[in-house]
Each structure stands twice: as structure tokens, then as C-alpha cells.
Design a protein around this ligand. Structure first.
Ligand code: 4GY
Length: 239
């Protein structure tokens, strides 16, 4: 997967070179190409923004400069994504969908935003990471790259992807590691039993409990067996 990132602050993406995503880059599983929009400014002061027509606070990124930056990576097979609180809210389904693309061009705005005319010309999809306003699209772009990269073959184990929260529509079951007793609290016996069928059953029940307690609305969107429906009904009657 290739990510081209159009940004005024490429140095912010250094963080992505650590940990799991850093390893994925080293292994050539993903390629993150940072394009500094300022390099495409056409005046001697490297100007990239200007005051808004109609007045008002702040600065607007210039359409000609943003277009030139885009033109340098343009590919008719790429999907161009603009990170903005006005976009469709990102979720795991969307993440998985995007991981099937070969080439994403991610546009990061800053200040008051980008001239609408260039957005209308180049953007295929506007995506938001949540209903709050940030100072720029760079952190959202990193959220998108990180979440999408996890679905690229070899970045993390296939089991990690399929067993985690949301892949089955439920929250995850709790995890434990050594020591067996911590501050007087013992690891659940079933996990030490080595009985895999019981372990899977216990984990599914803990997932259901966790989801009911923390995100009950998620239960409306998933298929449950009759037994599981009864299990949940009983949990509801306990409280
Ligand atoms: N929330 N989800 C978000 C954001 C900052 C001005 C346009 C968000 O995706 N992006 O808050 N972005 C703004 C800053 C230009 C982007």
C-alpha cells in the first residue's frame, strides 16, 4: 500500500516511523511518501496561504499551491482523501474497505482550511476521525494510516486482526499475563486449564459482558445465537 501525504508539516509524521508502522515501512509492506505542500509555492516568500475572501479570522490554504502538490503525485487509480471534521466518521468497516486500495493520497489542511475550489477538483472522499476540531489534518491522517496499515498482510498477525474488538462487532475479552497472582488477584482458572473449547466459550461470554456494560448499542448490530440472547437477558436481569 502506498500513502502519499500532502501536508505543510511533514515532520509531524516522524512518530509513524517507530513501532509497528516503522517495521512495516522497513519491510516494504507499506510506503509513506510525505509531500511538503510548501515546496510547491510559487513565490519567493514560499507563501502557501492567504486571507479569506469575505473577511474573517485566520488564513486559507491557496488552491494553486495545493493543486501543484497534488499534481506531483497524481494517479488516476488513487483515492484522494481529505481529513476534515465535515467528513464521514471513520469506523473499522471503512478502515478495512480502504485497506483494499493500492494507493491513497491524503490531504491535510491547516489554519482555517483549504480553498473550496481545489477540494472540489481533487477530493474523492472526506473523512473525519470524530466530532471535535483539531489544528490540522495531520493527526487524523496518522490515525487513518495506522488503522489501515494493520490490515496490510504481514503488518500484524492475521489472528490479531480477526480476534480483536469490532471484527466480530463486540468489544474484546480481558487479557492476562504472568504473574499468576498480582496484588492478591488470581488469573481466571479457565485460562490456565488448557481446555481450549472452554477458553473460547469464556472469552465469548466476557466479550458479551464487556459490550453490554460499556457499549450496549453495539449489540443491536450483530447476530447472536439463541443461547447468547438468553445469556444477555440473564445478565440484564442481574442488574
Ligand atoms: N476531526 N477529523 C479533523 C480535524 C482539522 C482546519 C481542515 C477531524 O479529521 N480531521 O479536526 N481537522 C481541520 C483544521 C483545516 C482540517
Amino acid at each position: 500500500m502506498k500513502f502519499d501525504v500532502l501536508t505543510l508539516f511533514p515532520e509531524m509524521f516522524e512518530i509513524l516511523k517507530s513501532s509497528v508502522i516503522g517495521k512495516a515501512i522497513e519491510k516494504d509492506l507499506i510506503d509513506i511518501n510525505l509531500i511538503n505542500i510548501r515546496d510547491f509555492s510559487n513565490d519567493k516568500h514560499k507563501k502557501v496561504d492567504d486571507t479569506p475572501y469575505g473577511g474573517g479570522a485566520g488564513m486559507v490554504m491557496k488552491p494553486d499551491v495545493v493543486y501543484s502538490a497534488y499534481d506531483s503525485v497524481k494517479d488516476k487509480n488513487a483515492k484522494v482523501i481529505y481529513m476534515s471534521p465535515q467528513g464521514k466518521k471513520l469506523n473499522q468497516k471503512k478502515v478495512e474497505e480502504l485497506s483494499k486500495e493500492n494507493h491513497l493520497i491524503i490531504l491535510c489542511g491547516h489554519y482555517e482550511g483549504i480553498d473550496q475550489r481545489v477540494l472540489d477538483k481533487i477530493v474523492d472522499e472526506e473523512i473525519s476521525i470524530g466530532d471535535y476540531v483539531l489544528t490540522g489534518g495531520e493527526i487524523p491522517a496518522m490515525v487513518l494510516i495506522d488503522s489501515v496499515s494493520r490490515y496490510i498482510d504481514g503488518v500484524i498477525s492475521n489472528e490479531s486482526v480477526s480476534e480483536e474488538s469490532f471484527s466480530n462487532g463486540l468489544l474484546e475479552y480481558p487479557q492476562y499475563t504472568r504473574p499468576e497472582v498480582f496484588m492478591g488477584e488470581k488469573v481466571p482458572d479457565v485460562l490456565i486449564s488448557g481446555h481450549h473449547e472452554n477458553i473460547n466459550k469464556w472469552r465469548r461470554q466476557e466479550s458479551l459482558k464487556n459490550t453490554l456494560k460499556k457499549r450496549p448499542e453495539l449489540l443491536d448490530n450483530i447476530e447472536l445465537t439463541e443461547k447468547e440472547k438468553i445469556y444477555i437477558k440473564n445478565l440484564n436481569e442481574e442488574v
